[in-house]
Design a protein around this ligand. Structure first.
Ligand SMILES: [Zn+2]
Length: 304
């Protein structure tokens, strides 16, 4: 996903630069074909050549002023006819001193958001949190603590002890906002996020399972390699024999082995998870060494 974003960002920046150069070039040839501008420009160039050998500085200066006045008559300045780089830091070379320029970094983050489809999937950011809207004091303080923990998690990932995190909680307890805010913060750091509902995850695994073996790994690659995988609302998907349980287990194990973070939200109780997915998945999600489980309680925040 990150490589796709890099390729997309480079292609986009290069296309922007080429389009701007093309626009300036067209404008310059159009303006310089206006008779009075052409005449003034030719004279200015002629004096500039003569003065290159010395002795005609005043003539060159006057001719240049005539040229500038001719441009002005048509509403242009000299700068309108020359390419001025859109980035003053790198001059549109996209790097400075062997390092990626800030303009390219911004283009990469924008491309990463597109590749990860994050703005549509995760519209809520940490900045959108409005704790004052929560009337219940205990519930508000509790949710603030969760937000602080997950802000830190998003800023450190993958350097966190527990690679697998499970957020339990009923509808409207804030877990959807949390997973969204975490995803957005992670992307701002240039890390990739695969954000799917459990239903989409299940459907993607079914598609991979029923495809030729040679295509399978490519189809599930993003799920195995994204810096953060978010599976929203585990338990709402249908259980498909030979698909749901084995593929979920494969992805959880593989990501754990690669040291990558997985965030799962779930409306079911831990006991129901065990019952629905079996011991092996339950132990991956509830492993004390590699997982952290949070329960977001309290009344439905949407009803406050
Ligand atoms: Zn730049």
């Amino acid at each position: 996903m990150k490589q796709r974003a890099i390729n997309l960002a480079i292609a986009k920046r290069r296309a922007e630069i080429a389009a701007k150069k093309e626009e300036i070039s067209k404008r310059a040839s159009l303006v310089l074909s206006l008779p009075d501008v052409k005449d003034a420009h030719d004279k200015y160039i002629s004096w500039a050549f003569k003065n290159a050998r010395g002795g005609f500085a005043d003539e060159e200066k006057l001719a240049k002023q005539d040229y500038i006045d001719a441009l002005k008559k048509h509403g242009y300045t000299e700068d309108d006819l020359h390419y001025v780089p859109s980035c003053p830091i790198c001059g549109d070379t996209l790097s400075v001193g062997g390092k990626v320029c800030a303009c390219m970094r911004a283009a990469y983050i924008a491309a990463l958001k597109d590749v990860c489809e994050i703005e549509a999937r995760a519209p809520f950011t940490f900045d959108d949190a409005d704790f004052a809207a929560i009337k219940d004091d205990a519930q508000r303080e509790n949710l603030k603590k969760f937000f602080d923990y997950f802000k830190l998690y998003a800023s450190k990932l993958p350097a966190v002890k527990a690679k697998t995190t499970v957020l339990f909680g009923g509808v409207g307890t804030g877990k959807t906002c949390l997973e969204s805010a975490v995803s957005r913060a992670v992307i701002e750091r240039g890390k990739s996020v695969k954000f799917v509902s459990a239903y989409e995850f299940n459907t993607a695994m079914l598609a991979a399972h029923t495809s030729p073996l040679s295509e399978r790994s490519g189809m599930i690659k993003d799920y195995l390699t994204a810096d953060l995988l978010v599976i929203d609302d585990l338990g709402t998907e249908p259980i498909l024999k030979n698909v749901t349980e084995p593929y979920l287990l494969l992805v959880l194990e593989e990501r754990q082995n690669r040291g990558l973070c997985t965030l799962v939200t779930c409306n079911l109780s831990p006991a129901r998870i065990l019952e629905r997915y079996g011991e092996r998945i339950y132990s991956r999600l509830a492993n004390k060494q590699s997982s952290r489980i949070f329960e977001l309680g309290g009344r439905d925040l949407r009803l406050n």
